[in-house]
Ligand binder design. Structure first.
Ligand code: ADP
Length: 156
């Protein structure tokens, strides 16, 4: 079984994340979307809300599982038997940051491979931090997030 972990904060899930997940689906038997819970990081949305949005976005996709975790990503990989970590690359700054994380993970566990997918051109400007700022300031996020997030943010 080829199992990949796609770790992130997904605060909230964006169309950039959805694009990476959909393009990775043919490569793996299962993709576990892992919401990393870090007590020192201030989030806008609760973990439960973020999980619900991801589950609703992929409700018709049985290969996708959503879980939360804390601690080292490679320890969670071992727990869920994932040999692959999936990450998206938007820019050269993502590459610099991500390659260091991937190399450190390799030092910690040589069996884990990090697989990078380059974002589709229309999604590379999207990042969760900017989406949160637009939400807080009541701007238009219709081209940035999946419909479930859009509809639920509109109601609140
Ligand atoms: P962000 O970096 O937007 O705050 P996360 O921390 O949840 O989001 O990131 C999880 C993963 O998703 C990372 O590998 C990140 O590079 C990737 N990612 C986030 N947004 C995009 C995007 N627009 N296109 C491609 N990959 C993305």
């Amino acid at each position: 079984m080829k199992i990949a972990l796609f770790p992130g904060s997904f605060d909230p899930i964006t169309l950039g994340h959805v694009d990476i997940i959909q393009r990775a689906l043919p490569l793996f038997d299962n993709i576990i979307i892992g919401i990393g819970v870090n007590s020192s990081k201030k989030n806008l949305f609760s973990v439960d809300q973020r999980i619900t949005w991801i589950k609703d976005t992929f409700s018709s996709e049985p290969k996708i599982i959503v879980e939360q975790y804390s601690g080292l990503t490679i320890d969670f990989c071992e727990k869920i038997k994932a040999h692959y970590i999936l990450r998206g690359l938007r820019s050269s700054s993502d590459f610099e940051y991500e390659s260091i994380i991937a190399q450190n993970n390799k030092l910690l566990d040589k069996h884990i491979e990090t697989i990078f997918l380059v974002s589709s051109p229309q999604y590379s400007p999207i990042n969760s931090f900017i989406v949160r700022e637009i939400i807080i300031n009541k701007g238009d996020i219709s081209r940035l997030v999946p419909a479930v997030v859009l509809n639920s943010v509109k109601v609140n």
